[in-house]
Design a protein around this ligand. Structure first.
Ligand code: C2O
Length: 579
């Protein structure tokens, strides 16, 4: 259902006045055709059969993955989410800047209380200046395992892509499937303190593909015609695993990521951390046949268990000879990188550039250094062994700057901020690690146990921010996809080992760094991001591996209002769920 944005309740006088002004100006001014899109999202349990077994899966509108939203830059979305499931739920519009509309961002207990079973909430927001592929997902417990979908933002009507218009566009949502209820999986891990069970399959648009039991007949087919160029909108919507992505015998030209265009570059392999999107052009320049599209793990943590299976779809040339009945002609399979191929992952992530020179903030108001990593909490004496099933009788935890983030439960952070409710959070999140140590070396066990709390870092409207994200080798070093809500940031540099300002600052790309919402923090390394705090609200920054959020790998920025309405957070919608 769609309608024009003029269906607002103008009084008739104002309406005609408006119409008059509009008529006067239409001949002189370009008309913006911004639309408002209305959708109903019903969150509900739905029977879904994968890997030979049917589960009662939480879906949106009975679809897995959920519906694809297609809009133009500048459009407004109004999505009424109705919760008919037995779990609390919220929906996050991953990567949407939500300028002044923090109430629609979605992370549970950050910008809203959850939508209770039987409840509903309408998310209203406008896409401003973003084009490409984003996605939406549940932001409550591990529901996003199955509650997610694509959000495609095309250029404004009349505008075109900065590349030749593709013949076809296909969203490719990479996911993770548990042959279990994902909520049970995370609940068990939270109870025991152990790492949660790994997934049983990866999926492409919800289907595991030919290499799994009971899956072949539903393998996703992506059609292509010889000679044509198509756009694949690849999203890593998996929970806990970075993925390599390839199409057999075909090169991919990267043209966008996280709803920003990039300087096109060609590669045979992509690597996406959960949360990241990559738009690629693919040209059917090979002999007509069937080629596997494949995804499998980039597993950077040494010795940690991971799902080592491979998901496939099929790129099928329309003119490909039909496989003769009974005779199984296997599609061509790409050679995937080794699971621990950090060199390939890094070569890919460091290839991104903005299409042209950009305005990177250079005068920095807040120069921050955040350590990012795991930890182990010792169990108190007398604790039941069943709750201390982490390594050597500990419980897994994770932190930034030694602070393991705890969500509040009686108010959302944004509500507490806006209404001045005390006792919900503090604003003393440290600008630097409380102790300096060799972050990526052999870290003393005395530094493995973080504090727990709800600490925010306060920014004034318009402040310029640099964050050095520094991975640690506490317990194990690994690649972390770090996602910031409410903003896109420039990734000005990344590297391995400990960030060294005197050595590494000279390598900053302040000319054409890529603009993203999720940075793939190199294993045992660092990344430097910059942004301007021009969006008031409370914005969580977290590792997009859900297992790490569960352990507290998050913090939040509180960005104060600026001057005047356009720099001020809107008032909360009347139906905002309360706790
Ligand atoms: Cu896509 Cu807070 O996440």
């Amino acid at each position: 259902m769609e309608a024009n944005s003029f269906s607002n309740p103008f009084g008739s006088f104002f309406f005609f006045l408006f119409l008059g002004i509009l008529l006067v100006f239409t001949s002189a001014m370009p008309i913006t055709n911004a639309k408002t899109h209305y959708h109903d999202f019903v969150v509900q349990a739905t029977p879904v059969k994968r890997l030979c077994r049917t589960h009662s899966t939480i879906t949106v509108n009975g679809m897995y993955p959920g519906p694809t939203l297609e809009v133009n830059n500048g459009d407004t979305l109004v999505i009424n989410v109705v919760n008919r499931a037995r779990y609390n739920v919220t929906i996050h519009w991953h990567g949407v800047r939500q300028i002044r509309t923090g109430w629609a961002d979605g992370p549970e207990f950050v910008t809203q209380c959850p939508i209770r079973p039987g409840g509903s909430y309408t998310y209203r927001f406008t896409i401003q200046g973003q084009e490409g592929t984003l996605w939406w997902h549940a932001h409550s417990s591990w529901l996003r395992a199955t509650v997610y979908g694509a959000l495609i933002v095309r250029p404004k009507e009349g505008d075109s892509y900065p590349f030749t218009k593709p013949k076809r566009e296909t969203p490719i949502l990479l996911g993770e499937w548990w042959d279990a209820n994902p909520i049970d999986v995370v609940r068990q891990a939270t109870r025991t303190g152990a790492a949660p069970n790994i997934s049983d399959a990866y999926t492409i648009n919800g289907q595991p593909g030919d290499l799994y039991n009971c899956s072949s007949k539903d393998t996703i087919i992506v059609p292509i015609d010889s000679g044509e160029t198509n756009l694949l909108r690849v999203v890593n919507s998996g929970l806990n695993q970075q993925l390599f992505f390839k199409v057999a015998n075909h090169q991919l030209t990267v043209v966008g990521a996280d709803a920003s265009y990039v300087k096109p570059f060609t590669t045979s392999v992509l690597m996406l951390g959960p949360g990241q999107t990559t738009d690629v052009l693919i040209t059917a320049d090979q002999p007509p046949a069937r080629y596997y599209i494949a995804g499998r793990a980039y597993a950077s943590a040494q010795g940690a268990p991971f799902d080592n299976t491979t998901t496939t779809a099929i790129l099928e040339y329309k003119s490909a000879p039909c496989p003769a009945k009974g005779l199984k002609v296997k599609p061509v399979m790409p050679t995937m990188p080794q699971f621990n191929d950090t060199a390939t992952a890094t070569a890919f992530t460091t290839s991104f550039r903005s299409p042209r020179q950009v305005e990177v903030p250079t005068k920095i108001d807040h120069n921050l250094l955040f350590t990012v990593g795991l930890g182990l909490n010792n169990c108190p004496p007398g604790a039941s062994r069943s709750t201390c099933q982490g390594p050597n009788g500990t419980r897994f935890t994770a932190s930034m700057n030694n602070e393991s983030f705890m969500l509040p439960s009686s108010f959302s952070l944004l509500q507490a901020h806006q209404q001045g409710i005390p006792g919900v959070f503090t604003t003393d999140f440290p600008a630097n690690p409380p102790v300096q140590f060799d972050y990526t070396g052999n870290v003393s066990r005395s530094l493995w146990q973080p504090n727990r709390g709800t600490k925010l870092y306060k920014l004034k409207y318009g402040d310029t921010v640099q964050v050095v994200l520094q991975g640690t080798s506490i317990f194990t070093a690994e690649n972390h996809p770090i996602h910031l809500h409410g903003y896109d940031f420039y990734i000005v540099a990344e590297g391995f080992g400990n960030f060294n300002p005197s050595r590494d600052t000279s390598k900053f790309n302040l000319v054409d760094p890529p603009l993203r919402n999720t940075v793939s923090l190199p294993v045992g390394g660092w990344a430097v991001i910059r942004f301007v705090a021009d969006n008031p609200g409370v914005w969580i920054m977290h590792c997009h591996l859900d297992v790490h959020i569960t352990w507290g790998l998050a913090m939040a920025f509180l960005v104060e209002n600026g001057v005047g309405e356009l720099q001020t957070l809107q008032v909360p919608p009347a139906d905002l769920p309360i706790c």
